[in-house]
Ligand binder design. Structure first.
Ligand code: GCO
Length: 261
């Protein structure tokens, strides 16, 4: 299974202090990667670094906002000087604002686009410089069901994640010649802090998602580990510009009536 080994590889996971980012970082660590975790919250980063170290993963952490081009450039340079080249970048850091388009402030819309779409653009370019020199690299953008589908209240998030799907394809097009593979993961509905507000028992949306997901459950963050290791490893060297949906089957179906099992 050496094909999936990440030994001697360094993986950066933005926003890797909790939720899906932490689950993917754990998968990368289990496959042998050294971890570099970024966050904007020192307390969250400190706690996450303790967690990763307790699992035996060599891990370092850096505090900066992926939308701040100057800070991002300074930190990527510092990381590559202090820790070493970034072989794998997981653009996971993201926010969501759930509000109807007619009610949402434009600055809130812009902030979601900035974090969820411009941030991955900034980070991809920064790490790609070294990847181009080394003629090797893996960039994995964390997309969403909203890269393909809309729903009430998430116009900014859907616009960003739809754009992130196409950014993935475009960077794959431009950078394949340098042996850089740029792909995405589209998580379905997962049990995380980000979805906690819409997962509470009795919330109609909770029942809707369980019924809309052929697998009949919310995703467990660990369900993402295999896909992120695949896209970070030699096993995916001829995969480029693809979004792998880990969604329990949601995108395969129009769904079924609530009374149909
Ligand atoms: C929502 C959810 C979704 C999921 C995920 C689906 O409000 O609909 O938060 O956005 O988090 O992105 O792929």
């Amino acid at each position: 299974m050496d094909l999936f080994s990440l030994a001697n590889k360094r993986a950066m996971v933005t926003g890797g202090t909790h939720g899906l980012g932490m689950a993917m970082a754990e998968g990368l660590g289990e496959a042998g990667a050294e971890l570099v975790i970024t966050s904007t919250t020192p307390s969250k980063l400190e706690s996450a670094l303790k967690h990763y170290t307790s699992k035996g993963y060599k891990t370092s952490g850096y505090i900066f906002d992926v939308t701040d081009e100057k800070a991002a450039a300074e930190n990527v340079e510092k990381i590559e000087r202090e820790v070493g080249p970034v072989d794998i970048l997981v653009n996971n850091a993201g926010i969501i604002k759930r509000e109807l388009a007619l009610d949402m402030a434009v600055e809130d819309f812009r902030r979601v686009i900035d974090v969820d779409l411009v941030g991955p653009f900034i980070m991809s370019r920064l790490v790609a410089k070294g990847m181009v020199e080394r003629k090797a690299g893996k960039i994995i953008n964390i997309c969403s069901m909203m890269s393909e589908l809309g729903r009430n209240n998430v116009s900014a998030y859907a616009a960003a994640k739809g754009g992130l799907k196409m950014l993935t394809r475009n960077l794959a097009t431009e950078w394949a010649k340098y042996n850089i593979q740029v792909n995405g993961i589209g998580p379905g509905y997962f049990a995380t802090s980000q979805t906690a507000p819409i997962r509470v028992d009795g919330n109609p949306f909770n029942e809707f998602i369980i019924n809309r997901t052929p697998t009949g459950r919310w995703g467990d963050p660990e369900d993402l580990a295999g896909t992120v290791v695949f896209l970070a490893s030699r096993a995916s060297d001829f995969v480029n510009g693809q979004i792998v949906y880990v969604d329990g089957g949601i995108l395969a179906t129009i769904g079924k009536p609530a009374n149909e099992k």
